[in-house]
Design a protein around this ligand. Structure first.
Ligand SMILES: Cc1cc2nc3c(=O)[nH]c(=O)nc-3n(C[C@H](O)[C@H](O)[C@H](O)COP(=O)(O)OP(=O)(O)OC[C@H]3O[C@@H](n4cnc5c(N)ncnc54)[C@H](O)[C@@H]3O)c2cc1C
Length: 389
């Protein structure tokens, strides 16, 4: 039995960047929106950087200054030792959108949620646990309460928890993981002579996959080894000591962290970083946005930008659909599928350019076969059509 019942035009499940962007764009278009936010105080964030291409999207939402003004640090570009042992620099500053940001991710997500609230979005704390069709509405259960709405947005991240129960399948291309840690350094920080070098992200390929490091706004450094799950143990990445030994065999990431005086890791966190897409990013009365629709290998560093873009685009499609355009959601689903297909092509080019080893990680990605590294494609998601319980 549910104790409370509320009506809305749209229920958005999940309040990461995709959900907040969709909710904000819908509210701006005049919709009555409920945004469901699941509190997750201990959620580990990967220390993401936000690409400069996010700038026009945040401007479109009217929140550029608000969400980037405080608490983040500029990101001036990427350095990478990818297909060769020397570092090449890709500079944002000369590009059309200027620098990006090394994000304080919890702060960024919070600012977006607050902007949505100020635009009139109702917030609802809890977890969406069921969505069942009732005529031309959805009856959605949120931690014991019920919300009735004609449209539902799945913004629950790569798990696509709503869409899977509505019949969509998650199609996984790989099950990449990042074995990550936050390192505290005693070396130069902030506005020192070396500040500019440190305010770039750095990627270096390795036999098992690749290394990534970037400065965090806190002055610490994120560092991660990215590989397939079945290669973690073989690469010695299971323990902090083994991870440090593997790092010692890198050149540029090791040197940068040494320059910053970082201490060895005390603990490691394993993050899912796989590439996947939904079999369909929309269906009658629902759409999926962000990672729920298309989750991309972090080598592209574009997940948050895609989350914003799909949130905005899906909001437009829902608005058109509510206005009588019968094909708006179908067009959105086609677009999401095309964007993902383009990503897969770019990813293949990227890994071919980076290949320096004939190890499983690199052969899996460069020989035109599906990259899995854990069972069959789609196995991680058990999709069943029907109502969601
Ligand atoms: C290792 C790693 C490094 C990355 N680096 C970068 C980078 O440098 N730059 C970049 O742009 N991207 C990066 N990404 C990708 C980026 O983190 C994601 O693309 C982005 O977070 C997707 O946003 P989202 O809103 O779709 O999903 P999420 O941020 O995952 O948000 C989903 C929200 O839904 C909530 N939720 C889940 N289930 C429910 C439910 N049933 N009910 C209610 N709420 C629910 C979750 O708690 C969460 O708050 C990286 C990812 C990884 C794994």
């Amino acid at each position: 039995m549910t104790s409370r019942r509320k009506g809305a035009d749209v229920l958005v499940a999940g309040a990461g960047p995709a959900g907040s962007a969709a909710a904000l764009a819908l509210a701006t278009a005049g919709a009555d929106v409920v945004l469901v936010h699941r509190e997750h105080p201990s959620r580990w964030h990967a220390g993401e950087s936000l690409a400069p291409t996010a700038r026009p999207l945040l401007e479109h939402l009217g929140i550029l200054d608000r969400v980037t003004a405080h608490g983040h640090r500029p990101c001036y570009g990427h350095h990478s030792a990818w297909g060769q042992d020397t570092v090449t620099a890709s500079d944002f500053v000369g590009g059309p959108y200027g620098s990006g940001w090394h994000l304080d991710r919890p702060l960024f997500d919070r600012s977006m949620r607050e902007a949505a609230r100020e635009a009139g979005v109702s917030h609802h704390s809890g977890c969406v646990t069921a969505a069942v069709p009732a005529g031309d509405q959805w009856r959605v259960t949120v931690s014991g309460a019920e919300v009735v709405a004609p449209y539902v947005v799945d913004a629950t991240g790569a798990g696509a928890r709503v869409a899977r129960r509505l019949g969509a399948r998650v199609l996984a291309t790989d099950h990449l993981v990042a074995v990550a840690t936050v390192l505290t350094g005693a070396g130069p920080q902030g506005d020192t002579a070396r500040g500019n070098t440190e305010r770039t992200s750095l990627i270096e390929s390795a036999a098992f996959g690749w290394w990534y490091t970037a400065p965090l706004p806190s002055g610490q450094h994120i560092a991660m080894a990215v590989t397939d799950p079945d290669l973690v143990a073989r690469a010695g990445l299971r323990t902090p000591a083994g991870w440090s030994d593997a790092l010692a065999t890198s050149r540029h990431v090791r040197e940068r962290l040494a320059l910053c005086g970082t201490r060895p890791p005390q603990r490691l966190t394993v993050l899912r970083a796989g590439t996947s897409r939904l079999s369909a990013a929309a269906g009658p009365g629902w759409v999926a946005v962000g990672d729920a629709a298309t989750a991309t290998d972090p080598i592209a560093a574009r997940g948050i930008t895609t989350a914003l873009a799909t949130g905005i685009t899906a909001a437009g499609a829902l608005t058109a659909c509510a206005g009588g355009d019968e094909h708006a959601l179908e067009r959105y689903a086609d677009l999401a599928s095309a964007v993902h297909a383009e990503f897969l092509r770019a990813r293949m080019v990227c890994y071919r350019a980076g290949r320096r080893w004939d190890t499983p990680f690199w052969t899996r990605r460069t020989e035109g076969r599906p990259v899995i590294g854990l069972g069959e494609a789609g196995r991680v998601a058990d999709a069943r059509p029907g109502s969601w319980r």
